[in-house]
Design a protein around this ligand. Structure first.
Ligand code: PGA
Length: 268
């Protein structure tokens, strides 16, 4: 039996659960992006409630709490088989950068992941591909595993620009990345985030296939590709069975233990 604590869990992140190892099947990833939700008390309650849940064995759970509740999340999930990360981190490690988040301090706090390039960071906070490439580098240098988000807007999809946009976001965004480090890519069509409009099976299949090929040609081999955008308990099973979907990045439905559990169950 694998003995888990956060460090060991991460050391063995690729291994999957014992049963799945026997079957040669990788355990899927279920990542929750809490955005700017939950106060400290709510965070603690969530981790109390998820303790003992079967979902911790069914999938690899990762949670991205708001940075102000990251320490409380780490403290209250110490003994749980899940991982934590920041929703953003700076290209700078230290210095005169008011309001920035140091990746090395995030790692020092005990988090293991950094979510970078989320469409809300791109569109609301003006983060473009170049700055994201430097953020990816800084996070990896701080030994955080990066979950890098990409995705097209509705207009780009309607203008048949999806592949071009994804290609550019990967090429530029990962241009300074360490190819030997494991990386997660979250494909999140912008028009599907928080809208209840989920991408069709065909759209997800095409995009993930395209992303996988791009990553291979860029020299990234240790990659998991997650889908995100209105993933809910009732669409999770269909989405999870699509080839090259290694897991999900979930916003709204990750806020409650019950819906997270239902998604995990549907992914098995
Ligand atoms: P959603 O958010 O699941 O609420 O659509 C996804 C995300 O923003 O990562």
């Amino acid at each position: 039996m694998l003995i888990w604590n956060q460090k060991k869990y991460f050391g063995g992140f690729h291994l999957g659960t014992k049963d799945n190892q026997k079957r040669g099947k990788m355990t899927k990833i279920l990542a929750g992006n809490w955005k700017l939700n939950k106060n400290t008390m709510e965070v603690r309650k969530f981790f109390q409630r998820i303790a003992g849940s079967p979902c911790l064995d069914e999938v690899k759970i990762a949670i991205f709490p708001a940075i102000v509740t990251l320490q409380a999340s780490i403290d209250s999930s110490k003994d749980l088989k899940l991982s934590l990360g920041s929703q953003n981190s700076s290209e700078h490690i230290q210095g005169a950068f008011t309001g920035e988040i140091s990746a090395s301090v995030v790692a020092e706090m005990g988090a293991r992941l950094a979510l970078l390039g989320h469409s809300e960071r791109r569109s609301l906070f003006g983060e473009a591909d170049q700055v994201l490439s430097r953020k990816v580098k800084a996070a990896q240098e701080a030994k955080l595993k990066v979950c890098f988000c990409i995705g097209e807007t509705l207009q780009e999809r309607e203008e048949n620009q999806t592949d071009l946009v994804l290609k550019r976001q990967l090429e530029v965004g990962l241009s300074l990345a360490n190819k030997a480090s494991e990386i997660w890519i979250a494909y999140e069509p912008v028009w599907a985030i928080g809208t209840g409009k989920v991408a069709s099976v065909e759209q997800v299949q095409q995009a993930h296939h395209f992303i996988k090929n791009q990553l291979t040609s860029l020299g990234f081999n240790s990659v998991s590709i997650l889908y995100g955008g209105s993933v809910k308990p009732d669409n999770a099973a269909a989405l999870a069975s699509i080839p090259n979907v290694d897991g999900f990045l979930v916003g709204g439905a990750s806020l409650e233990v019950e819906s997270l559990e239902a998604i995990a169950k549907a992914m098995k």
